[in-house]
Design a protein around this ligand. Sequence first.
Ligand SMILES: Cc1cc2nc3c(=O)[nH]c(=O)nc-3n(C[C@H](O)[C@H](O)[C@H](O)COP(=O)(O)OP(=O)(O)OC[C@H]3O[C@@H](n4cnc5c(N)ncnc54)[C@H](O)[C@@H]3O)c2cc1C
Length: 509
Amino acid sequence: MTPRAPEAKTEHFDVLIVGAGISGVGGAYHLTQQCPGTSFVVLESQASFGGTWLTHRYPGIRSDSDLYTFGYRFKPWTGKPIAQAHEIRDYMAEVIAENDLARHIRYHHKITNAAWSSADNRWTIEATRGDTGETVRFSANFLWMCQGYYRHNEGYTPSWPGMADYKGRIVHPQTWPEDLDYTGKTMLVIGSGATAATLIPAVADKVAHVTMLQRSPTYFIPARNANDLADTLRQLQIDETWIHEIVRRKILHDQAVFTRRAFNEPETVKKELLAGVRAYIGPDYKLDPDFTPSYRPWRQRIAFVPDGDLFRGIRAGKASVVTDEIERFTETGILLKSGKTLEADIIVTATGFNMNALGDIAFSIDGKPLDFADTVTYRGMMFTGIPNMVWVFGYFRASWTLRADLVADFVCRLLNHMKTRQAKRVAVALRPQDNDMPILPWIDPENFNPGYLMRAMHLLPKRGDKPEWQHNQDYWNEKDQFPAIDLDDAAFVYGPSADRRDLSRAAAD
Ligand SMILES: Cc1cc2nc3c(=O)[nH]c(=O)nc-3n(C[C@H](O)[C@H](O)[C@H](O)COP(=O)(O)OP(=O)(O)OC[C@H]3O[C@@H](n4cnc5c(N)ncnc54)[C@H](O)[C@@H]3O)c2cc1C
């Protein structure tokens, strides 16, 4: 039985941050800078910080965003734009050390329950300690959800007929076995997203052969893993703080142009992307079907291929691509719908994540279990009827951390505003002018439609059709809109206060 002492002490903090990934560590930094004197704790289920960059240990694991924009606004990035997981963790370690954040972080704390009490205006949080098995309890005025968007302890593997017959080893990249020896083996990677594009060049030299099996192709941007502007500025001995800011602005400007063009002239952008692949893969490779997606560029994340390494592996004959569908697994590999078979000693299912809304934590509000899907989101960070809580959900088309920084500014401003108003709680509520607003799924599949999101749409909050009531995935708008959010707008319901609608009404609206 789990040791549990009901009389065990409850530790109280002003703010409790869930998760020590890039968002949670950033949140901790911003709290110390923008809300000095606020007591806070970061609870993390894993043994260390890093989140995504700790969980994923498959060969070659690296970012597919540039680190000038994936890095924090406040800490210059000085390495190559595309970084290995360990380099991102080293960078985070410096942020933790330079800002004395370690004393605020508790590892091995997996949060299982979070209960809001309107009588006390606080959350009670229970966590299970991974190292001792103990259940520990905290209370907090405010919950800052930095738990990411997918389950960390297991990836998503579809079930295909015949999997049990397969005599080789099936591996998901998210739980890559340390002892996996693939030297001289044949490997088959199912999937063609960023993970497959990273893994394949990393194993290509050691395996006998690696095949990427895809149902449908992905857009790739192969380019040199360098930033010319940053290199020039360094030659000129410009201060790194300046370089960070200038290079971020340049990258963000170029990305804005690219995104606009992807929507306005998709066929031209498609041609350019295919020409980029052609330049690395060589003149003889038939790009259709393997590298010619049917969808418009940017409907799914575009994978960056540093130095075109994926295509160099294909050109060298160490890696190949098959576009087909799986009929079933066999004892020795996979039978495809076309009737062809692929033999493999190891099959890697680079098939994505299991999305989990709110970190698999059982939430309740005044004793009533919370169904997140019953809520409507305020700008993809607050939710109707859930008081004193913000979730950091980053961008698909720009670096996640850009939004983590913006949301952090918002949270700190909100906390300071609550202090000024002497409010103990705040929740968002639809306003009278929102009464006729259509309530829609979290994201428009016409806009962005990766499998993990489509599978989880029924678990996620709803959105409206006004900018306030949706995560619009647009950094370039939000960077100006967020600092201008009027915290006294009727969408924010503070309490307890005589001149405001109270929370129970806000939740019922
Ligand atoms: C392989 C991979 C590559 C990616 N590359 C990029 C990229 O290049 N650029 C980009 O912008 N985005 C990328 N992403 C998206 C990526 O997840 C985010 O960019 C970012 O790292 C998320 O940071 P986070 O801190 O919000 O969440 P996470 O990194 O997911 O960290 C969340 C942390 O919360 C902890 N946690 C969760 N639930 C609980 C709980 N109940 N109790 C306690 N702790 C909990 C987890 O253990 C984890 O450490 C990538 C994702 C993956 C999987």
